[in-house]
Design a protein around this ligand. Structure first.
Ligand code: SAM
Length: 274
């Protein structure tokens, strides 16, 4: 069985190395799977080595030795510009771990940009990534795996709701899984700008596909009559045990802040759709 895998935005390429070692290479060696492994980074080759040093060089050499294809300057939001033409509708798995834009528009945000600017830019980048990646998935079975930390500000990206901001049928949210770091012992999550790792911490993998599968959100497990009034989808809080608790939640500063941010997001998406 053939399995084509793409990893994008892979820091020092240690996640690709680990995935190749524990999944792709071992399955290929057992003759269970063949296929192409594309390990990609946003940086040029030179930038990568300047930023991440010897470890990145070792990972590139390792990947090439085992037959993976290492591609530089791959923008996850414009995959068709960097991937070979025969990749279209041929990828079984696409991975993007801990996405974060290096610097938004090449400058530091100003007070005029507003407090939510960086969050909105990153959320927009992920929306474009899903749009671009969906064209490369094997229809029905291909999956996009997007892993982010379970903390602010990443949780405010509301990754599972991104398909709602895209035209119908582009991509469907399938499920969420706890990211199991112990499955990837060689993986060193890397800072976006520098050769500094960060500790593995509680993170969630959001899985998307082309299939028109029903979305699975926490509220799906709640009885229908409770859903409308007792669960806050924006904050993913609830179900609340009383109407009063729910009203108090809606009046809270945090909820109001999130509503303001969601309105900005909706306005941005509206502009993109014009
Ligand atoms: C916090 S680092 C994580 C690096 C790596 N994924 C890891 O887990 O170690 C964020 C990564 O997102 C990448 N990135 C941001 N925007 C990107 C884009 N448009 N296309 C590809 N990669 C992007 C950066 O280059 C950087 O490698």
């Amino acid at each position: 069985m053939s399995c084509n895998i793409l990893v994008v935005g892979d820091g020092n390429l240690s996640f690709s190395r680990s995935l190749v070692t524990h999944q792709w290479k071992s399955e290929s060696e057992r003759g269970e799977k063949t296929g192409t492994f594309y390990a990609t980074v946003y940086d040029s080759e030179e930038e990568l080595f300047v930023k991440y040093g010897e470890r990145a060089r070792e990972n590139v050499s390792f990947l090439r030795e085992v037959g993976a294809r290492v591609i530089f300057r791959v923008d996850a939001t414009h995959l068709s510009e960097a991937l070979p033409n025969d990749c279209a509708r041929s990828l079984d798995q696409i991975y993007f771990n801990h996405p974060l834009m290096p610097s938004v528009l090449g400058r530091k945000p100003t007070p005029e940009d507003g407090p939510d600017y960086v969050m909105l830019c990153n959320r927009l980048m992920l929306r474009s990534f899903l749009l671009s990646a969906s064209q490369f998935l094997v229809p029905d079975v291909g999956e996009i795996h997007l892993t982010i930390k379970d903390t602010y500000p990443y949780s405010w990206w509301r990754v599972d709701s991104l398909p709602e901001s895209l035209p119908a049928g582009v991509v469907t949210f399938l499920r969420r899984e706890m990211f199991q770091a112990n499955k990837f012992p060689e993986y060193e999550p890397m800072n976006v700008e520098a050769d500094r790792g960060f500790a593995q911490c509680a993170s969630t993998t959001f899985v998307f596909c082309h299939r028109s599968t029903e979305r699975k959100r926490p509220r799906d497990d709640i009885a229908p009559q409770t859903v409308m009034h007792m669960f806050c989808e924006i904050c993913e809080k609830g179900p609340f045990s009383s109407r009063q608790d729910f009203i108090s939640h809606e009046a809270s500063k945090k909820h109001q802040k999130r509503c303001s941010y969601e309105r900005q997001w909706q306005a941005l998406v509206g502009k993109m759709q014009q």
